[in-house]
Design a protein around this ligand. Structure first.
Ligand code: C2E
Ligand code: CA
Ligand code: CA
Ligand code: CA
Length: 272
């Protein structure tokens, strides 16, 4: 190998082992993040244009490590999803959300739901429903105040089990939202196959709304959801033009920086 090539390879390997060791380090730290109190939640409102108010909040997990600082959720969630760590994190989120919702209920903030993100493969775990019910009962919350956003990074497997769990949750009163609709593995057949109450159109479609054909795609997605009798939420709405366009095509549940960034408990209260 020529000299420059060799150093190229060495740098490549160095880069690889760097990202590998960051990953291993993060995984190791993440195991202790709960006990060390490094996790917290931010909440982002979902607005209903007709009701002219926030109808719900999405809980978004945050991790601030004392040395490494804030780690982006996409980075640590992926690491967690590769192991059983995600189950521990989801359970932490679930109880933190229920406990927070209880506090808000006691303050008479009664009407909005909070949604939590759960990877599809966790839905068909045996104790999933039990932990949902247990948390709602522990805080004495009506099930309607909790919704579950299913994120889909791999094709949904275990169809029978997933269906059974979803139906049971729906009957119990916990709605299920299909997140990031239109990208990845979340295919159109899911809409027919699984009992989703709501679809969330992925933000990449909203960000592309400057483009004419992207507009048509977005309009078709909204129409499809509505024709199937589902609620349709658009996420990642940042601009007034995007907001107006979505209203004009019948999508009036809106989430995004245009209304509010994800914020702390105190700041989000002003929306109620
Ligand atoms: P997601 O579920 O699609 O959440 C929406 C993401 O879009 C959030 O990123 C939010 O901060 C961001 N966002 C909201 N409005 C706008 C906007 O107007 N413009 C743009 N550009 N972005 C906007 P975040 O908080 O970084 O989370 C990233 C992803 O990490 C989430 O995507 C979700 O898949 C995952 N995640 C976050 N919290 C949890 C959790 O508690 N459990 C699980 N399993 N996944 C989580
Ligand atoms: Ca989500
Ligand atoms: Ca999403
Ligand atoms: Ca996403």
């Amino acid at each position: 190998l020529a000299k420059e090539n060799r150093t190229g390879i060495q740098q490549y390997q160095l880069g690889m082992s760097k990202s590998l060791s960051r990953k291993m380090l993060l995984e190791q730290y993440l195991h202790k993040a709960i006990e060390q109190n490094e996790l917290y939640l931010e909440y982002q409102p979902i607005f209903d244009v007709f009701a002219k108010k926030a109808i719900g909040l999405e809980a978004l997990l945050r991790w601030k490590h004392p040395i490494l600082g804030s780690i982006p959720p996409v980075e640590f969630i992926q690491i967690a999803e590769e192991s059983d760590l995600i189950i521990k994190l989801s359970n932490w989120v679930l109880s933190a959300v229920c406990s927070q919702r209880r506090l808000w209920l006691d303050k008479d903030f009664s009407s909005f739901y909070i949604s939590i993100n759960v990877p599809a493969r966790q839905i068909h775990q045996d104790d999933f429903i039990e932990s949902i019910k247990r948390s709602l009962e522990q805080y004495n919350l009506p099930p309607e105040l909790l919704k579950i956003e299913i994120t889909e990074r791999t094709a949904m497997t275990n169809v029978e089990k997933t269906l059974k769990t979803m139906r049971e949750l729906q009957e119990y009163g916990v709605d299920i939202i299909l997140d990031d609709f239109g990208i990845g593995y979340s295919s159109i057949s899911y809409l027919v196959q699984y009992p989703f109450s709501t679809i969330k159109i992925d933000k990449s479609f909203i960000q592309g709304l400057g483009n004419k054909s992207q507009k048509s795609v977005c309009r078709a997605l909204v129409a499809m959801g509505r024709n199937l009798g589902m609620n349709v939420v658009a996420e990642g709405v940042e601009e007034i033009d995007q907001y107006h366009y979505l209203c004009s095509i019948g999508c009036h549940k809106i989430q995004g920086y245009y209304f509010s960034r994800p914020t702390s408990v105190d700041l989000v209260e002003k929306f109620f």
